[in-house]
Ligand binder design. Structure first.
Ligand SMILES: [Fe+2]
Length: 286
């Protein structure tokens, strides 16, 4: 399963059936806050010109700053009245069903730990920087708020009918690695790239990857990289396109997907609206 989504099994003392735990904000060390500060400062310096307007606006409204890891209660005091979402702490990756159940109820599970100072650009599982810095600004936007809730509901159903692999690609290429077109150019909105020092620049500016207009069924047939930068990014015309996606009846698409055809991440297909044909110079490096 994708490292930014869900999967794996955990058990722990004090954990509820839904895998939530207290954030234990007062347990963070000075070192933890210092890692947050380093990540926050370098990423906020980088994102102007890369992040979409909705991300920047969400960030502006939230009580999130460089000096300390956000307290989820304080975040929720702004987030919940805005879109009905709240952040809940979990100890790491949670099983798919638990993840979807949270999303369907407008609870975003966030790792309560932070990566070590020696692994700023390495993420084995989503930590509080990825989950909060990457995801929460977009949860302030009503379209993303509705889309992720509906994705949670769709996920529960896809799991029952054996279509999770295909549906997870939608989340991957939107919520985690999505780009959208703005008047000034392409911008990122996906949390996996918004929270990555190197991939935020790569996704928007590098000539290496493909950038292809988003097409739902095409995306549901496209594999992705979990171990490196993406070789293709899919681009929305506007964030509102996500709401149309969420209203689509997936049954006819699932029926067509029964043919089992899927595509490697790099391949350009006949019928693609190619916004940038990647050189793939990056992925061809030894
Ligand atoms: Fe994520």
């Amino acid at each position: 399963m994708p490292r930014y989504a869900a999967g794996g099994t955990l058990s722990g003392v004090g954990m509820a059936d839904d895998y939530t735990i207290p954030q234990h904000w007062d347990h963070y060390t000075a070192q933890d806050h210092a890692v947050w500060k380093t990540l926050f400062e370098r990423q906020t310096a980088l994102l102007p010109g890369l992040a979409c307007a909705e991300f920047v606006e969400g960030m502006r409204q939230l009580p999130m700053a460089a000096d300390r890891i956000p307290n989820f209660d304080e975040l929720n005091a702004t987030l919940k009245p805005t879109t009905g979402w709240q952040v809940v702490a979990v100890p790491g990756l949670v099983p798919d069903e638990v993840f979807f159940e949270h999303l369907a109820n407008r609870r975003f599970p966030s790792g309560n730990f932070i990566r070590g100072a020696h692994q700023l650009d390495y993420l084995e599982e989503p930590d509080v920087f990825h989950d909060v810095f990457g995801h929460v600004p977009m949860l302030m936007h009503p379209v993303m708020a509705d889309f992720i809730q509906l994705y949670g509901e769709a996920g529960l159903r896809a799991q029952r009918i054996g279509k999770l692999t295909e549906l997870a690609r939608v989340y991957w290429y939107t919520v985690e690695f999505g780009l959208l077109q703005e008047a000034q150019g392409m911008r990122l909105y996906g949390a996996g790239i918004a929270s990555s020092f190197t991939e935020s620049v790569f996704s928007v500016q590098s000539p290496s990857p493909n950038r292809i207009a988003f097409d739902l069924e095409r995306v549901m047939r496209t594999n992705y990289r979990i171990d490196d930068f993406q070789e293709s990014y899919f681009v929305l015309n506007s964030l509102d396109d996500l709401l149309e996606l969420a209203r689509i009846d997936f049954d006819p698409i699932y029926a067509r997907l029964n043919d089992g055809v899927s595509h490697p991440p790099r391949r350009i297909l006949e019928g693609d609206v190619v916004l940038h044909n990647g050189t793939h110079a990056y992925s061809q490096q030894p």
